[in-house]
Design a protein around this ligand. Structure first.
Ligand code: SAM
Ligand code: SF4
Length: 323
């Protein structure tokens, strides 16, 4: 099992398969995707080798992310390859939902277990102002289709922003009233490119936590393998509300995830310095060298991100790494 110097064990891999995106979220790619990296993304074969090596080191869950992963035509094959890797129990996808309605059947056939869709506003005009996309309706009907198909493992990610959505929490609560969906508010994080935006828009999740508690929501007991969200339930609501507060003390203590970029670099933290390439080891059937490289590189993982001190590492925006 992959374990770092602080005793944290890593059973979860976030695998970015592209850094290209068709949205221009104001906190991530406000000017849209700019082709400033080599676009030689990991091939399907390299992805299979990566999944195999991680699985042999105890990884049980792979989240496919991006950029926008659904822009890759071979996404269904990638889902299937991860799912068929011995030892991988869960394959999840994070997407902006742009292709959800059209591609959901392909993703489900490929074996997708869990889906996170990012929605920062339920008001189409505000949604368009945030993302540059007018597709909110299509995204919402894609989610309805997934629910109607009996697919229950759906989460919505909402980045909290002072002026764009934090004043209208009611529409988010309403959305989960009759839907078995877990909606999670994520505190806006500072990256290399968004310092000014961050300073204007960052709000602490504490404000929501207080609102939830006075409105009858109850904190759910955290299970051993739970992710970073603090989850709240309410008997009057089918769905749940989660809070992801990366600036909270102790946030990194339970870190259980590692990241591989679309160019095959290991990132020990969302906010580490340059990634560490494992690509040269992915060219053979035998994954012994990849595993040795992963174990050795993990020795450098730090106890925490230093975001509180404004340190964002080499991460210009999260579409580089998938959040
Ligand atoms: N394009 C896909 C999407 O938007 O779901 C996957 C990649 S995106 C980088 C993954 C998640 O990171 C999204 O939920 C997005 O809202 C979130 N994210 C991006 N930049 C962020 C930031 N600066 N702070 C907090 N969350 C961020
Ligand atoms: Fe694209 Fe996702 Fe970044 Fe929005 S958050 S610009 S959808 S990568």
């Amino acid at each position: 099992m992959l374990q770092d110097a602080f005793g944290r064990r890593f059973s979860y891999l976030r695998l970015s398969i592209t850094d290209v995106c068709n949205f221009r979220c104001n906190y991530c790619l406000p000017d849209g995707y700019e082709c400033d990296t080599d676009r030689n993304f990991l091939s399907l074969d390299e992805i299979k080798q990566t999944a195999k090596a991680f699985a042999q080191l105890g990884t049980e869950k792979i989240r496919i992310t991006g950029g926008e992963p659904s822009l890759r035509k071979d996404l269904p094959q990638i889902i299937q390859a991860c799912k068929q890797t011995h030892g991988i129990k869960t394959v999840a996808l994070t997407s902006n939902g742009y292709k959800l309605e059209e591609q959901l059947p392909l993703w489900l056939d490929a074996g997708l277990d869990a889906l996170n869709i990012s929605i920062d506003s339920f008001d189409p005009r505000q949604f368009q102002a945030i993302t540059g996309s007018s597709k909110l309706d299509t995204i919402l009907s894609g989610i309805d289709n997934a629910l109607n198909a009996g697919f229950k493992n759906i989460k919505i990610n909402t980045v909290l922003m002072r002026e764009h959505n934090a004043h209208d929490l009611q529409s988010f609560f309403e959305y989960v009233k009759d839907k078995p969906i877990s909606l999670r508010f994520i505190e806006l994080m500072q990256t290399g490119d968004n310092k000014e935006f961050y300073q204007q828009q960052h709000v602490s999740g504490q404000h929501i936590k207080n609102q939830l508690l006075v409105n009858g929501w109850l904190p759910k007991i955290r299970s051993k393998n739970a992710g970073p969200a603090q989850v709240f339930t309410n008997p009057d609501y089918q769905g749940t509300i989660g809070l992801i507060m990366p600036y909270e003390k102790g946030f990194c203590d339970t870190c259980n995830r590692l990241r591989i970029s679309a160019l095959g670099k290991l990132h020990l933290c969302l906010f580490s310095e340059e990634g560490l390439s494992i690509r040269e080891y992915l060219q053979h059937d035998d994954v012994t060298d990849v595993k040795a490289a992963l174990v050795s590189l993990l020795g450098n993982k730090k106890a925490t991100h230093y975001l509180h001190e404004g340190f964002t590492g080499a991460t210009k925006h999260l579409s580089m790494l998938g959040g």
